[in-house]
Design a protein around this ligand. Structure first.
Ligand SMILES: [Zn+2]
Length: 486
């Protein structure tokens, strides 16, 4: 009888709130003492309560709660701690019918262990909507408590980590879903916790209903949404590692664009002689402006002097480092900047090409970088002859230096390089790829050329780059050479 009364009271409150514009009262989904409000659907290796935390451990476990009723619009907060190798998910709009092979509702990823793209699901980070929108950048470390917030209003889903939004997803009217994931949809339902590996701690898990608001139903582009969701389902990292804050683009505008499109961004300042980031002090000042932002932090190493301007530890604060071979001193001692027609000297085409390949080899074999960007780009006057000038022998030399030095080949969206044949050769040689725009203005586009190359070159998630672990960063492994020769 008592149970019936409290249940009716909760229903009444929910009913009342659905008729007002006020959020409902906060309700604890987890009481800090036991799992009384939860149904164990699959035990996996177990769920237990330890020192006030709900410990979710092992794989394939699933517990379910409808304590807060069947909720449509809600806000949820929880304190979470992940551990090395742990992976779990918090589910909403789910039911007891949820299973790994056929998900019901949405799964918010809980995982912070640095991983390679080849590890697929393990590489997806906290706050992602599994199989829908994936974030790969690190926001928190294992062993640190953080606050997760999930808010759903109508067709709009937001997730936040420590108050910073990391996912902003609008479910279209008829979203693309593969047959197996047909129930990965917004509806009404309960909450769940699911385990994949390791131990994840959860406490202060509470939820409140939010009022319905049909007026705010948001629209999105169905075709683009389908494309992004298809890539997420295949665990293909959709990341633009070569974004600059140019043309007035602010970091917050870039982040908003990133979340709207579902493309993760790596934002990179230009670092080198006479650039804004030019020594350890200006590098540290820049880091202060991007700390805690939901992006990757890239370093564009400029000119050939950059190796003398920074300490390895300062460079290693970036998630990754990239450079191009557009700036060098030519055979007559002229400083060449290939993107500036007035600063490039082509005395003879074949000789220029041989010189360029030599420069690419000397730069990439000596400078401790992760990615070769704007790759194979030629001066504007030579671009019409790109396919003839990039002979198989020259291409083979560039691929070899990349392979020998474990450097990633960027597929550049703005310049549409390398051409398809070179990418195919590079894939055959086992190179890894990244996508990059190198925007000159505020408009970043949508990696159109890169997406086209996925199709034409049959790129798969295993072909793609994710930033290395701290101890594997080339600048810490190789160090910085005193001088570049050749
Ligand atoms: Zn750039």
């Amino acid at each position: 009888m008592k149970l019936f009364t409290s249940f009716s009271l909760v229903s009444l409150i929910l009913l009342f709130n659905s008729c007002t514009n006020e959020p409902g009262p906060w309700e604890d989904l987890f009481n800090g003492q036991n799992l009384n409000n939860w149904t164990t659907v699959r035990q996996g290796d177990g769920f237990r309560v330890e020192e006030g935390s709900l410990v979710c451990s092992g794989n394939s476990g699933f517990i379910f709660s409808e304590l807060a009723g069947k909720t449509a619009n809600f806000e949820l907060t929880a304190e979470i701690k992940t551990t090395p190798g742990s992976m779990a998910a918090l589910l909403f709009h789910t039911s007891e019918k949820h299973s790994e092979g056929a998900p019901v509702g949405y799964q918010v990823v809980l995982g912070n262990t640095p991983s390679k793209a080849t590890e697929k699901m393990a590489a997806v980070k906290t706050g992602s909507l599994l199989g829908i929108r994936h974030n790969y950048y690190p926001m928190v470390n294992n062993g640190e408590w953080f606050t997760l917030m999930v808010r759903v209003v109508e067709n709009h889903v937001e997730t936040m980590i420590n108050g910073v939004k990391v996912t902003d997803y609008i479910q279209p009217e008829n979203p693309w879903r593969s047959p197996a994931n047909g129930k990965r949809m917004l509806s009404v339902g309960g909450f769940g916790l699911e385990t994949y590996s390791g131990e994840t701690m959860v406490k202060s898990l509470r939820v409140r209903s939010l009022p319905a608001d049909k007026t705010m139903k948001l629209t999105t582009e169905a075709d683009w949404d389908a494309k992004v969701t298809q890539m997420a389902e295949q665990f293909f990292p959709l990341i633009d590692f070569h974004v600059h804050l140019k043309g007035g683009l602010t970091i917050d505008q870039a982040i908003e664009n990133s979340q709207k499109l579902g493309i993760n961004y790596g934002i990179a300042p230009n670092c080198g002689l006479k650039f804004p980031v030019t020594d350890d002090a200006s590098l540290a000042a820049y880091m202060d402006t991007v700390r805690g932002k939901p992006i990757f932090r890239g370093m564009q190493a400029e000119g050939r002097e950059w190796i003398t301007l920074f300490s390895p530890d300062a460079v290693a604060k970036f998630d990754y480092v990239f450079t191009d071979a557009l700036t060098f001193t030519d055979y007559k001692g002229r400083r060449t900047r290939m993107w500036m027609p007035q600063e490039v000297w082509v005395d003879e085409k074949q000789q220029f090409m041989d010189q360029l390949v030599g420069k690419i080899e000397s730069i990439l074999s000596q400078e401790p970088v992760n990615i070769y960007v704007n790759p194979t780009l030629l001066p504007a006057s030579l671009m019409p002859e790109y396919d003839q000038l990039w002979t198989p022998e020259r291409v083979a030399r560039v691929i070899k230096v990349l392979k020998d030095n474990n450097i990633v080949l960027e597929i550049n969206a703005r310049y549409k390089v390398p051409h398809v044949q070179i990418i195919k050769e590079a894939k055959k040689a086992g190179l890894t790829f990244s996508f990059g725009t190198n925007n000159a203005a505020a408009d970043l586009g949508r990696l159109e050329y890169c997406l086209q190359m996925i199709e034409e070159c049959n790129l798969v998630p295993e072909d793609m780059f994710l930033p290395p672990l701290q101890e594997d960063k080339p600048v810490l492994v190789k160090g910085l050479p005193a001088k570049i020769t050749g």
